[in-house]
Design a protein around this ligand. Structure first.
Ligand code: HMG
Ligand code: MG
Length: 317
């Protein structure tokens, strides 16, 4: 069986945009640095599989995330496919300058819902992170860029425990009010559960301009996604093969796997525009480059044994 049986559930969206974060959230957390040519091929394969939005890399401080220090070189190698968006992460004005120099058309800023993670991930306080983002968003909009925003630690934080829903809404609203077109609610350490998801979307007053970004640490990512779909969300972040995590939150493991998400969406009769077989092939190819099997259950069920590359050949330790 290569595709799920499709049975529609009433009330779900007809179509969902899968916002692919593998090249960024996935590769930022790999111990080894993946060669830039492999990254460029990865991005090309994702576009060929039907992705229309591929978060490609980050213009963060290269010492903070050395895995993505080749951002500029990578953008030079990516052959842009018409109709495909290639957003990049940008935390500050220095990052925006670099993005503008390289012809980026869409960026994503990333805020924290908690004090401790703001300090650890951005070297800023919860309050002062906005001073960093405000000029970035304003200048990006002046230059005709689209700006997405993330809020991290929306459900819980390894140092502070559960995150109050009101605190997430306050941070998220400020980002939307700056002019960000979309707000992705990040469960950075994967501690959310479906009732919490429903409550958080309700606290925002509904799904308008919201996306969801689940990490799968406790195996809740698909259940949480279904709760978000039932609440009307139509943009879901996911990562090829379930790779990923945040180097500044030890307990962050892989993202929701794109293939697992697509299996569920196609099973629910929700259109994605994605070719599941090509996604699985790409994950199997990437797993061979990374030298370890994909954590995705769907890739394990449908994939071939990885061949054609090993960590020794393709990855610089
Ligand atoms: P800082 O040390 O406070 O930076 O870091 P600064 O503003 O004090 O500047 C210090 C020096 O760094 C200066 O150089 C700057 O030019 C340079 P100097 O003048 O001393 O020679 N610099 C830069 N160079 C290149 N590119 C830049 C840049 N910025 C400053 N962009 C900073 C502050 C925000 C830069 C740092 O904390 C950082 O890069 N953090 C990023 C951490 C990160 O990428 N984390 C992972 C992504 S977030 C995530 O994964 C969560 C998410 O997936 C959602 C979820 O799961 O919840 C999105
Ligand atoms: Mg993430």
């Amino acid at each position: 069986m290569r595709e799920p049986y499709a049975v529609r559930e009433a009330g779900l969206p007809d179509r969902v945009t899968v916002y692919e974060v593998g090249p960024r959230d996935g590769l930022q957390n790999e111990k080894a640095v993946v060669p830039v040519e492999v990254k460029a091929e990865f991005v090309a394969r994702l576009a060929a599989a039907g992705h229309r939005v591929i978060e490609t890399t980050s213009f963060v401080h290269p010492k903070w995330v050395p895995q993505l220090a080749d951002a500029a070189e990578l953008l030079g190698l990516v052959e842009k496919v018409p109709g495909v968006r290639y957003p990049v992460l940008v935390p500050n004005e220095r990052g925006l300058d670099r993005a503008l120099e390289h012809g980026v058309e869409e960026i994503a800023v990333f805020a924290s819902a908690t004090e401790t993670f703001a300090r650890r991930n951005l070297n800023r306080t919860l309050a002062s992170q906005f001073e960093m983002f405000e000029p970035v968003v304003a200048r990006a909009l002046e230059n005709g860029l689209r700006v997405r925003a993330y809020v991290s630690m929306c459900f819980g934080d390894p140092w502070e425990g559960p995150t109050p829903v009101g605190q997430v809404v306050e941070v998220g609203r400020r980002l939307l009010d700056m002019g960000c077109f979309e707000l992705s609610l990040g469960d950075t350490i994967g501690v959310g559960t479906p009732g919490h998801v429903t409550a958080l979307i309700g606290a925002f007053g509904g799904p308008s301009r919201l996306a969801v970004h689940f990490h799968d640490t406790y195996g809740q990512a698909l259940a949480n996604t279904l709760a978000a779909l039932r609440a009307g969300v139509t943009v879901v972040d996911a990562s090829t093969g379930g790779i990923g995590g945040c180097p500044y939150a030890d307990s962050a493991t892989g993202n929701l796997a794109t293939e697992d998400l697509v299996w569920m969406l196609h099973g629910l009769g929700v259109e994605t525009g994605l070719d599941l077989a090509s996604l699985v092939e790409t994950s199997t190819w990437l797993a061979a480059r990374l030298g370890r099997p994909s954590p995705s259950r769907v890739v394990q069920a449908l994939g071939e044994t990885p061949t054609g590359g090993t960590a020794d050949h393709d990855v610089k330790e």
